[in-house]
Design a protein around this ligand. Structure first.
Ligand SMILES: [Zn+2]
Length: 149
């Protein structure tokens, strides 16, 4: 008989990333019942219309478009550069910042408005003090083969 395992990882890197009971990761936000604005994570007051306690939890899409990006050449020690930091507008609402992967960090290769998918991968081998790994989210241009991981 297999023994029950005590480990609980992988852990989401940010509070607005959740892992369903099925093990499927997703992004969580909230939407305003009054004005239908969508925000990343949880809040009690709508930043658009000011409604209080009118925000309900919403599972965000894993599809979006590239709104803006920046190629980062200098970062914290230990972080490999260059990499592409991007802001993506998600389908159905919500904007999120993260890293665009699977693309050369070259402005000639990256177009604004490109359709992207949110993908979930191990967070660069980082672990907590109990040895649990972290799961992070990244953006990948749609239509790219997933085999590049
Ligand atoms: Zn609102």
């Amino acid at each position: 008989m297999p023994e029950e395992r005590a480990e609980i990882g992988p852990l989401p890197v940010v509070p607005f990333m959740k892992i369903a009971d099925s093990g499927e990761p997703y992004l969580e936000g909230c939407s305003c019942k009054r004005c239908h604005s969508v925000f990343l994570g949880q809040r009690s007051v709508c930043a658009k219309c000011g409604a209080r306690d009118q925000l309900e939890t919403k599972r965000l899409s894993n599809r979006g478009t590239l709104y803006a990006y920046s190629i980062v050449h200098r970062s914290f020690p230990g972080v490999a550069v260059p990499y592409v930091s991007a802001i993506v507008d998600l389908e159905g609402g919500g904007s999120i910042k993260g890293n665009l992967i699977g693309v050369e960090p070259d402005p000639a290769k990256i177009a604004f408005g490109t359709p992207v998918d949110v993908v979930y991968k191990d967070a660069l081998g980082r672990k907590d003090e109990r040895g649990n790994s972290y799961l992070s989210y990244f953006f990948q241009q749609r239509g790219q083969s997933a085999g590049s991981s």
